[in-house]
Design a protein around this ligand. Sequence first.
Ligand code: SAM
Length: 281
Amino acid sequence: MEEKGILYLCATPIGNLEDITLRALKILKEVDLIAAEDTRRTLNLLNYYKIKSPIISYHEHNKGKRGKEIIRKLQEGQRVALVADAGTPGISDPGFELIKECIESGIRVISLPGPCAAVTAVTVSGFPINRFVFYSFLSKKRKDRRKEMEEIAGQDKTVVIYEAPHRLLRTLKELLEFIGDREAAVCRELSKLYEEVKRGTFSELICYFESTPPKGEITLVIEGKEEDGPCIRGSLIQGVEEVRQLKEAGLREKEAVKRVARYLSLPVRELYKKVIEEKEE
Ligand code: SAM
């Protein structure tokens, strides 16, 4: 019986084309077929390194049918390299179903490690990296997103999130509202010409990106929850509730906001704005 092929998960650059391992280049040259999420982008890379291997597309919209074709070729003994748009295949990119199917069909899967935006970002964030949690993109569905925010609020490990530039401000504002004013790092255009790592609290980052609209690819890294100590950080929602209780107890609004902001380590201006918004709703 013919020997089965191998599926190589080939990590490719997230920016600079030189960030690819020699082994990945060798495999891309040798395989019978390259299955690429974005053939145009992968062709740029292949042309840069003068690699002529045959290429087909494998993406979110054809992964069912294409996946079966790829499995057939692997069953026949061909060697296939799976390449994502950028970075590591399967990490917030198509690949998982094909990997699973290969394993179930007894086809060997070899991962060629290399660039991954999440790992690159967490290493430059300055937050603890011995344990971190990766959320990929937050859900767009209100209910699921709320659940994720609540989870992140209680998370004591560093949190990594992929985000689109046009959604960054909204996400930072929601995070401030749900989990309070934590430290974060917005890692933008890593390994590219306009690479930038902007560190600060959510409110500082909101201020910065309101005047400098973010562009390019973004990975957001958030510091884990501090152990409860003298500095307790609360959420704006919690702050609004505490202000309401203090007002009921007879305190003037301004004074209540100041006191709660100090106690929960929240920015006074943001808390005051939230109290007014809640009153208007
Ligand atoms: N498979 C990829 C990996 O291993 O990194 C991730 C693919 S995911 C569809 C793309 C997201 O990764 C972008 O929207 C952005 O959030 C993040 N990303 C990709 N390249 C980046 C870069 N150069 N700098 C910062 N974030 C990046």
